[in-house]
Structure formats: C-alpha cells, structure tokens
Design a protein around this ligand. Structure first.
Ligand SMILES: O=C(O)C1=C[C@@H](OP(=O)(O)O)[C@@H](O)[C@H](O)C1
Ligand SMILES: C=C(OP(=O)(O)O)C(=O)O
Length: 424
C-alpha cells in the first residue's frame, strides 16, 4: 500500500469521555433517490437539506448531463425534468447509487450514454443491472465485461415488462429498475432468483419513496416487485440526516464511555442506519430516542456482538471497529456481499485491524473478532469512506492511529475530519 500520495491524518484521541450533541448532513441514499425521482417527475421539484457530497454531486451532474436542470446552489436543490438527451458521458465516481440508478434513466435518452468511474468502480458488480435492462428491451454495449465502462444505447423509450435477475450481490440492482420503472411503457415486474437479497431496508426505502410520489408499487410477495406505468408526481421533500453516517459519532459514546446525541433522528424511517439503536444497545450502550434526538451513552465496557448484518451491511466497518475494542468475541455474519462495496470490506477490515494488533479472521460471509490489545499505526482506507469512519472510532481510544486518505470521506461527508477535530 502506497501512502506517498496521501498525507496521514492523526485520528483524534479522546482525553476524556465524549459528551456532545451533533447535527449531521443529509442521507446519501435519500438524496440520490430524491434526485432521480425528481428528474423523472411530471414537473419541477425541490430536495431540501440535500446532502452535498461527492456521490450526490455526481448524481446531480449525471442527471444534468441527461437533460434535467439541477440547481445545487443552496441547501434546497431544485430539479426540473428535461427532454432526455443522449450523446453524453456519465462519471459514476465510486458511487453505487450512480452506477446502478442512472443507467435505467439513461435508457430513456435519445442516444448513447457512456458510463465509467473510478478505477475500483470497474470491479463493482453491475452485470445483473445490465442483464435486467436488456430483459426490459434496452440495448447496452459492455463488450461482455458485465462491469463499467459500458454504453447504454438509448432510443427515447423503454418497453419494460417482466424480468428476473439475481440481486444477491446488491439490493441496488432492484432499486435501480424500480426507480425508473414507472416511466417504462409497461412499467416493470422484477423478480429476484438467487441467494437472499441483502440490504432489504434500502429496497423498502425505494418503494416508500415511489409511493410518496403517487407511483403504484406492489411488493406483497417476497422477491417480487411490480411498478405500474404512470407519472411520478413532482414533490417538495426534506432529506433526513444520514443515519449510517451517524455510526462513528454514536460509536464514540460507547468507545469512550461518554454520551452523544444526534439531533433530528427520525421517529419513523426506512434508513438502514436506524438499526444502530439495536446494535449499540446489544453492545452495552444505553440508547434513547427523545425530543432532542437519539442519545447513546456508554458505560466504558463494550460487549462483543453476534449479529447478522445482512440487512445493514454498510454499518459493518464501524461495528467491526467497536468489536475490536470489545471485551468479548464477536461474530459478524451475513455480509459476503460487502466484498463488492467501495472495497472488499471484509478483507480490508481484517487486514487493517490486524495491522494494529487485532485478532480478526475473515469467514466466508463475515468476520470473527477476538479481544486484543491494539497499538497505533497507519490505517489504510482503500478509498472507502467507511474505513475512515472505523479508524476514527479506534483512534479515540488507541493512541497513534493515523488515517491514510481521510479525504475519501467526502464521498458522503465532506468535512468529516474537521468535524472530529472540532468535537474533541
Ligand atoms: O440503495 C442504497 O442507497 C444503498 C444500498 C445498499 O447497497 P448494497 O445492497 O449493495 O449493500 C447500501 O449498502 C448502500 O450504502 C446504499
Ligand atoms: C456501500 C456503500 O456505498 P454505495 O452507495 O457506493 O454502494 C456505502 O456507502 O457503504
């Protein structure tokens, strides 16, 4: 691993238990769904308190390239749908939501649309989105790669109809087809056939967002989703704070035996990050939801965790960091699919935690983490924002943790490092 390109950021050490209240930026998953749905809507809409980060700016740029108008100047982003135009190129960065959600929209454009992204984006699974789109009548040129780069050959309309894909590698494959599906002539009727679909809350979020805009979605049978053809109503929506990005902040209370409150925690939400309430209480925290937000209090002792993270895989890095600080062993299961996230997160976490002295073993579908004394050292992020989140949690209690490429957190949380420097 070459550290020469990136300065090392010394993760802040907590001299005393953390005791603070924080407001967090908006949800990536909600912002990018709201942008896509606003761009395919029947009139101009507003996305209030939009997350401004690399992934959401890439989404805004992608939709603009396809003919929508997206005004991102303030905190409330204004979106006006346009006539879908092809003959353009989309940069997906490393954003799963851009590489999966935009091709089904590009299929409505009147010409070819080229997709590419960061070097690692080319290894993220895409095959089943492409297969699904082909089954719905879309022509795609990927030179049989099944990954980025590829070209969607838009013709101005999409037939739609029935299709079966294997979404065991990512829930985003299903969300992708559903988000644009109402604009296809026959809507979409998509079935999953394969090992269980991960991250189901994210599909529920997609279904919920579609219904909020008047789209008729039938998800009454497992592994089967139907979106009726029809208009997507333009809306004025407020984005909730990103509950998955709350993970390192809430975890800091547990790690240091302190208290953290995250303001504006929604009482009802489809965000996967809401599972932190259960996970952190299983690990020994006192968790309460009140008028001032979600408050987590730690006792100074962290219990190991035996847990299936299949539905909430994006929480793994921070949870694994807490497990590495716990006083009993942990078994994190059900997360084989996170090998296809920003990096192979199972390999990256095992390597980096062990390099600090951890006792972490990769299993087929997760991690086994045993108590160990950790020492400082360099924690590599592999261009994965959530690896940096894990490193921050460790650094609070382990002296001398240095984070390589902390700037990678700009994917979903620009100013992440500064937020910690201010907090401690
Ligand atoms: O639809 C979404 O917004 C997301 C779905 C999940 O993807 P996977 O199903 O690939 O885990 C999640 O991990 C990712 O961070 C965001
Ligand atoms: C898996 C993640 O991102 P993406 O939306 O790029 O898939 C994540 O944020 O943890």
């Amino acid at each position: 691993m070459n550290d020469a390109h990136h300065a090392l950021w010394p993760a802040p050490h907590a001299a005393s238990p953390v005791d603070t209240t924080v407001s967090l930026p908006g949800s990536k998953s909600l912002t990018n769904r709201a942008l896509v749905l606003a761009a395919v809507a029947d009139g101009p809409g507003v996305v209030r308190r939009a997350l401004r980060s690399r992934d959401t700016e890439l989404m805004a740029a992608a939709l603009t390239a396809l003919g929508a108008e997206v005004d991102t100047t303030g905190d409330d982003w204004k979106v006006s749908p346009g006539a879908w135009t092809g003959r353009t190129t989309i940069d997906c960065g490393l954003a799963g939501t851009v590489m999966r959600f935009v091709p089904p929209v590009a299929a409505l454009a009147d010409g070819p649309v080229i997709f590419d992204g960061d070097p690692h984006a080319r290894s993220r699974p895409m095959h089943e989105v492409l297969r699904g789109l082909r089954g719905l009548g879309v022509e795609i040129d990927d030179e049989d790669r099944g990954t980025l780069p590829f070209t969607v050959l838009g013709t101005g309309s999409v037939r739609g109809g029935e299709v079966t894909i294997d979404a065991s590698a990512s829930s985003q494959f299903i969300s992708a087809l559903l988000l644009a599906g109402a604009r296809y002539e026959q809507g979409v009727d998509v079935r999953h056939d394969g090992k269980p679909v991960p991250s189901l809350p994210h599909i529920e979020m997609t279904v919920d967002q579609l219904r909020q805009r008047g789209v008729d979605v039938d998800d009454s049978d497992a592994n089967h989703w139907r979106v009726a053809p029809g208009p997507v109503r333009a809306t004025d929506v407020v984005v909730e704070p990103d509950l998955s990005n709350a993970a390192p902040f809430l975890a800091s209370a547990l790690a240091t035996g302190g208290r953290v409150t995250v303001r504006d925690w929604p009482a009802h939400t489809t965000q996967a990050g809401n599972a932190l309430r259960e996970i952190l209480s299983l690990m020994g925290a006192d968790v309460s939801l009140g008028d001032d937000g979600l408050t987590v209090r730690g006792t100074g002792t962290i219990s190991g965790l035996d847990y299936d993270l299949h539905d909430v895989g994006e929480l793994t890095p921070v949870v694994a960091a807490l497990c590495a600080l716990a006083s009993s062993p942990s078994h994190l299961r059900g997360i084989a699919h996170i090998r296809g996230h920003e990096t192979d997160r199972l390999a990256a976490l095992a390597t980096e935690l062990n390099s600090l002295g951890g006792h972490v073993v990769e299993t087929d579908d997760g991690l086994t983490i045993r108590p160990a004394h950790l020492d400082g050292g360099t924690f590599h992020t592999y261009a994965d924002h959530r690896m940096a989140h894990a490193a921050v949690v460790l650094g609070l209690v382990v002296r001398g943790v240095k984070v390589e490429n902390v700037e990678t957190t700009a994917k979903t949380f620009p100013g992440f490092a500064d937020a910690w420097s201010r907090l401690l």
